[in-house]
Design a protein around this ligand. Structure first.
Ligand code: 13P
Ligand code: SF4
Length: 304
């Protein structure tokens, strides 16, 4: 692509978006300029709900692959594009469909709750999906006193604190959240003693222990608008702070760890969004048989 100015790229994205009858959905961790061209920014749950309802024919999904796949499952009649094919989620690769089948054989009769951070093949093998904002609700709503929960062990441990059910966790984790250590949060707390601490439930249990609030990214954005706190230490991927500052310029948000960066989320930029709309790439499709089974698990979650 020849060198063009940022304003020209944005103008061209807007023009092509109209021409293609497209909508741009972006996750809260996307870089600021991608958030700025998006029609909707949200967490995993909000993005799936939005994808299921869009009128536009084309969805440009700025997030990681499992999120675009979820959109393709919920809106199979639409064209779902991800601007960068290599934007995957390492946690979603930590359990495969055959590993999950094997696990189910080991624990017969238990319902399986899968975090949406999984591949479509894994979703197709589970009973119901959950996101960070509804994991507890989902676990409490499914039948049985013992639940298999995959793949995030930290989210599983967080839910286990709040439910009476026994949670059997898979040994997966998010490298970004797992790398936010107790000492990082303590250091920030020393620098900003008046600040509240909000963390994502993918964080380690000892980090959750010292948090004032445990929130999904969507809940953090909402809480940032509503809180009376003037300073908050944010224990999640740093991209979300762009939106929090933009929407609440009078409040201060500090990352719990400056290097809490999801490199996969950062693989998408304005040029790639433009390429997606221009060349209609990269199309995300899920084979019918997997799609139908995975859809059942996602829709069961959305009903809750
Ligand atoms: P949210 O659903 O809270 O946005 O989380 C998604 C995710 O990938 C967190 O790392
Ligand atoms: Fe996956 Fe973690 Fe990145 Fe979220 S922040 S997309 S869980 S690697």
């Amino acid at each position: 692509m020849k060198k063009i100015k940022k304003e020209e790229i944005i103008a061209e994205i807007k023009r092509l978006k109209k021409e293609r009858k497209a909508i741009i959905l972006a996750h809260n961790y996307q870089i600021g300029e991608v958030q700025d061209v998006a029609d909707y920014i949200g967490d995993s749950l909000g993005l799936s709900q939005r994808a299921a309802q869009v009128d536009e024919q084309v969805i440009v999904f700025c997030g990681v692959h499992f999120m675009a796949e979820t959109a393709a499952i919920l809106a199979p009649q639409k064209t779902v594009l991800i601007p960068e094919l290599k934007a995957g989620c390492p946690m979603a690769e930590m359990i495969t469909a055959s590993e999950l089948r094997e696990w189910k054989r080991k624990y017969p009769g238990r319902k399986v709750v899968c975090y949406v951070n999984t591949t479509a093949e894994v979703k197709a093998e589970c009973d119901i999906c959950c996101t960070s904002s509804n994991a507890l609700k989902v676990v409490n709503a499914v039948d049985g006193d013992e639940i298999l929960f995959a793949p995030d062990k930290n989210l599983a441990a967080y839910v286990a604190r709040l439910t009476e059910k026994k949670i059997i966790p898979w040994d997966g984790y998010c490298y970004v959240h797992n790398n936010i250590l107790l000492k990082d949060v303590r250091l920030k707390k020393k620098l900003y003693p008046e600040a509240e601490v909000w963390v994502h439930p993918e964080c380690r249990p000892e980090v959750i222990d010292i948090a004032d609030k445990v929130l999904s990214t969507g809940q953090m954005v909402k809480e940032a608008r509503e809180t009376k706190a003037k300073e908050v230490i944010i224990g999640t991927e740093v991209g979300i702070i762009y939106r929090m500052k933009k929407e609440n310029p009078e409040k201060n948000f500090y990352p719990a760890k400056d290097l809490a960066l999801c490199f996969n989320m950062k693989k998408i930029d304005l040029r790639k969004v433009l390429r997606a709309l221009k060349d209609m790439v990269y199309r995300v499709e899920v084979p019918l048989e997997i799609r139908e089974r995975a859809r059942g698990a996602i829709e069961a979650m959305i009903r809750i």
